[in-house]
Design a protein around this ligand. Structure first.
Ligand SMILES: NC(=O)c1ccc[n+]([C@@H]2O[C@H](COP(=O)([O-])OP(=O)(O)OC[C@H]3O[C@@H](n4cnc5c(N)ncnc54)[C@H](OP(=O)(O)O)[C@@H]3O)[C@@H](O)[C@H]2O)c1
Length: 304
C-alpha cells in the first residue's frame, strides 16, 4: 500500500515511516527538517491550508496517517490560534480531502482529552473534559474528523521512543538526564499507559489492514505513574534510579494543566484486532535494544 505520513519529522512520524517502509510504500511530508531519510519526502507548511492537497494528488496514497500537530502542551497555551489551526482545522481538512479521494485516513489524538477524575480506566464511551488548550483543540480535531469522514480512524495515543532531536519523548528525558548524572522529578500523581512507538506504528498499520474505523484508545496495556516509568527506564538502562525524585505534578512549573489519571482501556482495540496489546516490558526491551544498536544516532542523522 502507498502510505502518506504527515509530520514525518516528529516522534511518531519518523518511527512510523521507518517501521512500515519494509512492507509499504512510504511517503513523508515535513516542514524541511528531514535530510535524506530512506523514504521520499516533500515539504509543506500546514499553516497554508492547501499545502497537503499537492502531496495527496501527486502521491495518490491508499492510506494517510496524520502525525502533524502542535503537540507541546505549554506551547499550545502560548499559541492557541496556531494550536487550533494544526490540531483542529488541519485534521478536519485532511479528513475531508481523504474522504473525497477515497483514501483511508488515521488521525492521532491524545489521552489528555480526559480530565483524569475517573477512578479506573477510561473507555471510548467516556465523556472527554479537556483541561488545556492542547486537549481542547485535539478534541475539536477528533470530533471534526469523525463528522466529515466516518470511515476514518481516530486514535488516542501515548507513546515513547527515539526522536529526531533526541529530546521529544519521556523515555529520552529519563535516559538523557540520568546518563548525565542529573537529578530529575518523576510525577507520582500522573497515571498513563505508555506504548513503545514501534508497537504503536504496528497497531496503526494493523488497524488499516483490518479496515477498522471510528474512535480507539491505542496505548499501552499497563497503567503506571510517570515516576514508575522513570524507574523502569533507569533499571533497564542500568542508570541510577535514586536520581529520580518522586514528586507531585502540582509542584511543577508546567504551564498547561495536566490530568492525574490517563489510564485508557485498550479492550476495544484488542478485541477488534483479535490480539493482545504488547506488554510494557516488551516495548521497553525494544526501546533499549534500539539504543544498543545505535538507532538514536541513526535517526538523528536524518536531521538537517
Ligand atoms: N508524544 C506523545 O506521547 C503523544 C501523546 C498524545 C498524543 N500525541 C499525538 O500524536 C501525534 C504525533 O505526536 P508526536 O509526539 O510525534 O509530535 P511531534 O514530535 O511534536 O511532531 C509533530 C510533527 O508535526 C509537524 N508540524 C508542526 N507544525 C507544522 C506545520 N505548521 N506544518 C507542517 N508540519 C508541522 C512537526 O514538524 P517539525 O518537526 O518541523 O516541527 C512534526 O513533524 C500528535 O497528534 C500528538 O498530538 C502524542
Amino acid at each position: 500500500m502507498k502510505l502518506l505520513i504527515t509530520g514525518a519529522s516528529g516522534l511518531l512520524g519518523i518511527n512510523l515511516a521507518l517501521e512500515s517502509m519494509s512492507e509499504h510504500g512510504v511517503f513523508g511530508v515535513d516542514r524541511g527538517k528531514l535530510k535524506s531519510p530512506p523514504f521520499p519526502i516533500s515539504k509543506a507548511n500546514f499553516f497554508d491550508s492547501n499545502a497537503f492537497k499537492l502531496a495527496l494528488d501527486s502521491v495518490k496514497p491508499d492510506w494517510v496517517i496524520n502525525c502533524a500537530a502542535l503537540a507541546n502542551l505549554d506551547e499550545c497555551e502560548r499559541q492557541p490560534g496556531q494550536a487550533k489551526i494544526l490540531n483542529a482545522d488541519l485534521p478536519r481538512d485532511l479528513a475531508t480531502a481523504c474522504a473525497k479521494r477515497n483514501i483511508k485516513f488515521i488521525h492521532l489524538s491524545t489521552d489528555a482529552v480526559f480530565d483524569g477524575t475517573k477512578e479506573g480506566s477510561y473507555t471510548e464511551e467516556d465523556v472527554p473534559a479537556p483541561q488545556s488548550v492542547y486537549a481542547q483543540t485535539k478534541l475539536e480535531g477528533e470530533r471534526a474528523v469523525q463528522e466529515v469522514n466516518p470511515q476514518a480512524i481516530v486514535a488516542r495515543v501515548n507513546f515513547f521512543g527515539w526522536s529526531l532531536g533526541g529530546r521529544r519523548s519521556l523515555g529520552e528525558f529519563f535516559v538523557n538526564n540520568l546518563s548525565e548524572g542529573k537529578n530529575v522529578n518523576g510525577f507520582t500523581d500522573v497515571i498513563f499507559c505508555p506504548m513503545w512507538v514501534n508497537h504503536l506504528a504496528q497497531a496503526l498499520i494493523a488497524m488499516l489492514e483490518k479496515d477498522l474505523h471510528g474512535l480507539y484508545h491505542v496505548v499501552g496495556a499497563q497503567p503506571m505513574n510517570k515516576y514508575q516509568f522513570g524507574v523502569e527506564v533507569a533499571r533497564k538502562f542500568g542508570l541510577r534510579e535514586s536520581l529520580i525524585a518522586p514528586q507531585s505534578v502540582e509542584m511543577s512549573s508546567l504551564t498547561a494543566k495536566r490530568s492525574h489519571n490517563l489510564w485508557l482501556s485498550v479492550h476495544k482495540l484488542s478485541t477488534d484486532l483479535g490480539r493482545d496489546i504488547p506488554e510494557f516490558s516488551t516495548g521497553l526491551d525494544g526501546f533499549y535494544t534500539q539504543f544498543q544498536q545505535g538507532y538514536p544516532q541513526k535517526i538523528r542523522g536524518y536531521q538537517q
